[in-house]
Design a protein around this ligand. Structure first.
Ligand code: MF3
Ligand code: CO
Ligand code: CO
Length: 305
């Protein structure tokens, strides 16, 4: 998929809420009625300009997508390596060393390191930790769950994915929350197709996860990704159908629902990063970097959920 000359069925009326006398969203400086209102069909180049001006969303072209996909392959290989090594008795710092060394060895940079002052190369969040756990001396025990969130920068392109792993033998609660978190991501991705809206993703996730008696974290959301770590738009994992921005081909963003077994409320620990459930209930998460295609989506960090 590229953003060249192709015409696209998405029309400006569908993509904007512009009035006839408003400045044209294409950025021409003319009134909408004197400019694009009469253009029935947009080219992908038109949509690119429109999304940049209106939403600060940077649509990706073919070469960008190849770059993000390549970065995504490295992220997946990193997660596979971690999965292979995880065992009870390990400290979370060892996961940081694995991720850091493997990323560097493959010619990439770990995006978390020094990002807004974050001190490590990966986020490692255990049990009641929702996200942004800082690797350190915490010892993984049999029956724990551990989320490992990896973001690599390869040839300037960011890809972002995470998985929650079982440590040793999983108990009933742990299997439940990991199952619901994985299925939440799958259901979110299934809502991705051009013409749908960002809000449709969160709506589908919330309906499913709450239907399972779990809760959805509100304060942390999915995000545009590729040229930077966190770009527009935000992708909430809750909300109403029909809210937000229309999805168009070339959009790349993460979906990364954080699902709690208990209540959705969170607090941040004194280290200023680690996010935990207030009720100390288990929390699990899976994340992929997703491209909107002409007829649906393609994960650029694909794994089975
Ligand atoms: N990888 C996280 C995400 O999915 C962000 C981590 S920011 C860090 O968006 F600074 F904690 F690394
Ligand atoms: Co992310
Ligand atoms: Co991430």
């Amino acid at each position: 998929m590229g953003l060249k000359e192709e015409k696209h069925w998405l029309t400006i009326d569908l993509l904007t809420k512009v009035g006839r006398n408003d400045p044209c969203p294409c950025g021409s400086g003319l009134k909408y009625k004197k400019c694009c209102q009469n253009k029935e069909i947009l080219t992908l180049e038109d949509i690119k300009t429109l999304y940049s001006n209106q939403h600060n969303i940077r649509l990706k072209e073919r070469g960008d997508i190849e770059g993000i996909r390549k970065s995504g392959s490295l992220v997946l290989a990193t997660l596979d390596l971690v999965e292979l090594k995880i065992r009870p008795g390990m400290i979370t710092e060892e996961i940081n060393t694995l991720v850091h060394d493997f990323t560097i060895k493959n010619g990439a940079t770990p995006a978390p390191l020094n990002y807004r002052g974050y001190p490590k190369s990966v986020c490692v969040s255990v049990n009641e930790e929702i996200c942004h756990g800082i690797p350190g001396e915490r010892v993984l025990k049999d029956g724990d769950i551990v989320n490992v969130d990896v973001t690599s920068i390869l040839d300037g392109y960011y890809a972002d994915a995470n998985k929650t792993f079982f440590v040793g033998t999983p108990g009933t609660d742990v299997r439940k929350i990991v199952g619901v978190a994985g299925e939440s991501l799958r259901i979110g991705m299934e809502a991705v197709q051009p013409g749908n809206k960002t809000g449709d993703i969160g709506w589908a996730i919330q309906r499913y996860a709450e239907g399972e008696g779990c809760s959805v974290v509100r304060e942390f959301v999915g995000h545009g990704v590729g040229f930077e770590f966190h770009e527009a738009p935000q992708i909430p994992h809750f909300g109403r159908k029909g809210e937000g921005v229309v999805l168009v081909p070339g959009m790349v963003f993460t979906i990364e629902p954080m699902i709690n077994l208990g209540k959705k409320d969170l607090r941040i620990l004194k280290d200023k990063w680690t996010v935990v459930t207030v009720d100390r209930s288990l929390s699990a998460q899976f994340e992929q970097t997703v491209l909107v295609t002409e007829d649906g989506y393609e994960s650029l960090t694909p794994f089975e959920v």
